[in-house]
Design a protein around this ligand. Structure first.
Ligand code: PLP
Length: 454
């Protein structure tokens, strides 16, 4: 028996003693330890005791093609044998990084033909921010460097990307350092629109607020707008119809770069390789991606940017270079995993599958809307969330300390389902390979967990 090898007690003790988990309340870790995972296959993961869970979270919004793929293991092993590492700087490049950049340019919308490879999502967004600064300097507009982002946004965990983010819980005092360069506007959450506004009025409010912010700061000082197509950890916020197009038009009017943070929404999660154009009708200036790029098999991120930017920064004869890069930029083994991942998504027709099964998830999850505690069900293809409220009419939340999302998550976990708790929410982003039967399993198990909690 595979699981017999694990000495659970000593693993739990070692985890508590030495492993500091991000986003885990220390007291909870000390008292309860963690769910220690030993294996995974497809949409399922197994703890060290051999208990099986349907991972409706897809790892961390990332196990798009599902776990345990033999051909992925082979591709990775082959690359390790052939070339495990190669210097990404200066005048060197490795074959797999070149092939991947070419592929990403082919898949990305419009004139987004240039790629800077990073180690994950945060470093992709960091790179985009630096690129904005560099671009504005190169075109002789060094004042045009303020950026606008949104309340509840999540753009990563580095100092910079946390500062771009707008989740109250993630913004302790030290992020004040950048507060006069980074400005936050409203979260486009129709469920929490100001009282009395319908969706169309809310959209006008959001667009006007954005344009007013640019005008107040001065359009000659605003360099970029950062936005996730659908906010992920901010609570699966699906903006009012037409929002991104309208925000992009404001950017066009004021010469502001539109940066689409597609770390979660790309590589099939919304039924397209990139959601910006295909789902929201916008060709951004820069797209950042990671996660589903390798389906989590290895760490990798990318900052993909336009000919328009390249033509400015890369102007011939200027002798410029971008002083930026990570030791593991373009890591050949990570790049192989991305290439294999893309091949699998295409060969198995996973994008049309997401259209079909994602629509089914949308329909089935809406069936939970009438349950007690459920304030809002938000789902677009394979990005979903249920928001819990103490009072449906007023939409009042439970006190944070009650950890309602965690309570429901733990009850689902006992039944073999993982749905990620974020305070008042449970979020879901299952692998793209999920079946209708697994969608039923998610919805029915979550229903039981909610009813047991109510
Ligand atoms: N941007 C978005 C929209 C994300 O959701 C995340 C991670 O969840 C990041 C950036 C950061 O990516 P990473 O955790 O790979 O650094």
């Amino acid at each position: 028996d595979f699981f017999a090898q694990f000495d659970n007690e000593s693993l739990v003790a070692a985890d508590k003693a030495h492993y500091m988990h991000g986003y885990h309340i220390f007291d909870d870790h000390r008292e309860n330890g963690a769910l220690n995972i030993a294996a995974g296959s497809g949409a399922y993961i197994y703890d060290t005791a051999g208990n099986r869970y349907l991972d409706a979270v897809g790892g961390m919004w990332c196990t798009n093609i599902g776990l345990g793929r033999e051909e992925m293991a082979e591709a990775i092993a082959d690359q390790v044998r052939q070339l495990a590492y190669s210097n990404p700087f200066c005048d060197m490049a490795n074959v797999k990084a070149i092939e991947l950049c070419e592929k990403l340019a082919e898949l990305a919308p419009g004139d987004l033909n240039h790629v800077f490879l990073t180690t994950g999502g945060s470093t992709a967004v960091d790179t985009a921010y630096r690129l904005v600064q560099y671009y504005q300097n190169c075109r002789g507009k060094p004042e045009k460097k303020h950026v606008i982002t949104r309340i509840n946004a999540y753009h990563g965990s580095t100092f910079l990307t946390m500062s771009l983010g707008g989740k109250a819980a993630d913004r302790p005092a030290e992020f004040d350092f950048l507060k006069d360069r980074i400005h936050h506007i409203s979260c486009p959450n129709p469920y929490r629109a100001p009282a009395g506004m319908d969706e169309a009025q809310f959209l006008e409010f959001l667009v006007n607020e954005f344009e007013d912010k640019i005008l107040t700061l001065g359009a000659d000082r605003v360099g970029a707008f950062f936005a996730e197509p659908i906010m992920g950890s901010g609570g699966v916020i699906i903006p009012p119809a037409g929002y991104h197009k309208r925000m992009w038009e404001v950017c066009q009017r004021h010469d502001v770069l539109y940066i689409s943070d597609e770390v979660v929404t790309s590589f099939g999660r919304l039924g397209a390789f990139f959601a910006s154009e295909e789902v929201f009708g916008v060709v951004p200036d820069i797209i950042t991606t990671a996660k589903g790029l390798t389906s989590g098999y290895l760490p990798l991120g990318a900052c993909i940017f336009s000919d328009r930017i390249w033509n400015v920064i890369g102007e011939p004869g200027k002798g410029r270079c971008f002083s930026h890069g990570f030791t593991y930029s373009g890591h050949p083994v990570s790049c192989v995993s991305a290439l294999k991942n893309i091949e699998i998504i295409q060969r198995e027709n996973l994008l049309p599958h997401v259209e079909e099964v994602g629509t089914y998830l949308e329909e089935r999850l809406q069936g939970l809307a009438d349950l007690p505690l459920v304030g809002s069900v938000r789902c677009k293809k394979l990005m979903a969330c249920v928001e819990f409220v103490a009072d449906k009419a007023s939409k009042a939340l439970f006190p944070d300390e009650l950890n309602i999302g965690e309570q429901i998550h733990l009850r689902a976990q006992k039944r073999g389902l993982l749905v990620r708790p974020i305070v008042h929410l449970n979020v879901m982003s299952p692998p793209l390979t999920i079946t209708r039967a697994q969608v039923d399993e998610i919805v029915e198990t979550l229903r039981e967990a909610i009813l047991e909690t109510a």
